[in-house]
Design a protein around this ligand. Sequence first.
Ligand code: FPP
Length: 233
Amino acid sequence: MVLPMNAIPSPQGPHVACIMDGNGRWAKRRGLPRTAGHTAGEENLAAVVRIASARGVGHLTVFGFSTENWVRPKAEVRHILSLHKRLFGRIEELNANNVRINWIGRPFDEPGARTPSFVQRAIRQAIADTATNTGMVLTVAFDYGSRTELLRAAQQCASNSSSDEPISTAAVQSRLYSSEMPDVDLIIRTSGESRISNFMLWQIATAKVYFTERSWPDLDAVEFDAALALLHT
Ligand code: FPP
């Protein structure tokens, strides 16, 4: 039987969020096309999922594709979308690691949403195929932008203002794409950029922040452990 996402309790363990930056530069340094960097990024994401899950991370949330990324060259966008399909198709591996798939982003039927139907199908299928797993939740942010998410939550609160519900922290939280997820404990950004780039602005309010010079395809277990160690400082 396939259980709905919220029927399984949220796993214990910290919530780690990753801004997977530097795929393009990783490829350039090797004389490869940018797409090769994204391919290596997807492969490393699969490795980081295994590492995080083995370390007892409860939630791993990754910035897969932002609302701003649509302006990239068409061929690059197509390639990144195909990699999402590849990631969501890693069902055997995800199930072997007891990992449950989740997604946050602009709802498919809302104005401005651009997720193509093949990615929608891949997301829905992966959620269904991993729904009974009780370990780490891997959330992919796709067509995601934090300001759009917060604006939508504020608009929903305002349009509800005739009811008795006050506009409170809890009211906003309950209208976020990530309403059922805990706050982020640690955010990691690769590739030497020290910016947050419109990622989970509400959810990282109290998070530790780990910036590294390494590109995303090179983020390994040693570096991931160094980031996790921040949680104990
Ligand atoms: C940043 O690298 C990365 C992205 C815009 C897309 C993230 C996509 C992946 C890591 C591929 C796999 C992920 C999933 C969820 C399937 P960049 O192109 O901005 O690198 P640059 O700053 O060096 O140019």
